[in-house]
Ligand binder design. Structure first.
Ligand SMILES: Cc1ncc(COP(=O)(O)O)c(C=O)c1O
Length: 396
């Protein structure tokens, strides 16, 4: 048997890929696990988006390979969406690049800009793919720690004291997953100044700006951002299109062309009907996002209630499609609480430690489950922990 490549030796199978197998196994044994782990929207896209997909798929002339840069209609739609919702002007010809999801883009950016000997700054806690992609590119990760005490924002002054001479790239993500933190006033400006001074490419991963967040923000709206920043965005969450694999990269032409140099060697343009339907999704008005958020707000109340039963504490103002909560002292860490809830109540919640060491005393609940499902989970937890029935609210 040939050995796997050295670059993959340090990269384990993605946590959810392993955990979902374990849950499937439990389900096969008749356990019926309620999965509140992964952030995969259970709601469908807008009916007009599905209609656009079907209409275009009927045509005989849409089945060939597509342009590496994406269909002009989709690039126009991305540009229009950025102008309408983020007040950012992007040239559809040269400053946007449709992607097969933003996860793909994370890898492309790392492979375009990083090599052995380089370092990239990544958030702890943060989306695990940043670490894997940086390491697969051959570069090393330098973590910046985020804490509840600092509203989950990096301490840029502290970071500036470190040796950053090998840092080429910094991953940032606000609204932040998994904590739901927003960037707050002035943070993006400080970040741009920090990156500009050190010649660091800022990569902002922005898939959650429309979920439970009144004011979607783009890093590219900040003055000076064009020179140092790229932004990834996605229809997975805001369009309920996670399985469609539609994302985008935005930034100045030179950055986009560099990423395309790598990407065009890895994959080809998306299926045209998917691109046309994505363009339709990007043209939806604010009422789409309002109705989505009404659903998520109702679910979030249930998630708060579930967390109250586990004596967890949380911030009620979180953005994004998860609720992040601190566990009670009676558990060693979030893994212990997650395992206890899975074993006793057959409910899966994500341990915060999978997002980095700073996430250890936390758990994350996904809002991609109906209020009925969340009610069933609450019920199962209440029944499995009768001593906690009277637990009071854990809000902070
Ligand atoms: C922070 C963050 N970035 C990127 C992604 C990937 O999204 P996409 O479906 O666009 O690849 C996710 C998905 O969960 C995420 O949480």
């Amino acid at each position: 048997m040939p050995e796997i490549a050295a670059r993959l030796q340090q990269t384990e199978e993605y946590y959810f890929s392993r955990k979902l197998r374990e849950i499937e196994q439990m389900n096969r044994q008749g356990e019926k696990v309620i999965n509140l782990g992964i952030g995969s929207p259970d709601l469908p896209p807008h009916p007009e988006v599905i209609a656009a997909l079907c209409d275009h798929a009927q045509r005989p002339d849409v089945h060939a390979y597509q342009s590496y840069r994406g269909a002009p209609a989709l690039r126009q739609a991305i540009s229009g969406w950025y102008r309408r919702y983020y007040q950012v002007d992007l040239d559809p010809e040269s400053e946007v690049l449709p992607l097969i999801g933003s996860k793909e883009g994370i890898m492309h950016i790392c492979m375009t800009y990083l090599a052995e000997g380089d370092q990239a700054l990544i958030p702890n806690p943060g989306y695990p793919t940043y670490r894997s992609a940086v390491e697969l590119s051959g570069a090393a990760c330098l973590e910046y720690q985020l804490s509840e005490a600092r509203d989950w924002l990096p301490d840029l002054d502290e970071l500036a004291k470190k040796d950053l001479s090998r840092v080429k790239l910094m991953w940032v993500n606000y609204p932040h997953m998994p904590t739901g933190a927003r960037p707050g006033k002035g943070f993006f400006e400080r970040l741009i100044a920090f990156a500009t001074e050190r010649d660091i490419l800022l990569c902002h991963d922005n898939p959650y700006s429309f979920i439970l967040n009144d004011r979607p923000e783009s890093l590219l709206a900040v003055s000076g951002a064009r020179e140092v920043a790229l932004e990834l965005n996605s229809l997975s969450k805001s369009g309920n299109m996670a399985g469609w694999r539609t994302g985008m990269l935005a930034g100045k032409a030179e950055f986009i062309n560099n990423v395309l140099r790598f990407k065009s060697n890895m994959d080809s343009g998306m299926f045209l009907p998917v691109q046309m339907a994505a363009a339709k999704a990007l043209s939806l008005g604010p009422e789409w996002y309002h109705s989505l958020n009404e659903t998520y707000a109702a679910r979030r109340e249930k998630a708060f209630s579930l967390l109250d039963h586990l004596n967890c504490t949380y911030d009620r103002q979180q953005a994004g499609m998860f609720v992040w909560a601190r566990i009670p002292k009676s558990y060693e860490d979030g893994y212990a609480l997650s395992d206890a809830v899975l074993t006793s109540a057959r409910v899966f919640i994500t341990p915060g430690g999978i997002f980095g060491s700073m996430g250890m005393p936390y758990v994350r609940i996904s809002l991609c489950a109906t209020t009925e499902t969340l009610d069933r989970a609450i019920d199962a937890i209440r029944r499995s922990n009768p001593e906690r029935q009277g637990a009071g609210p854990g809000k902070v």
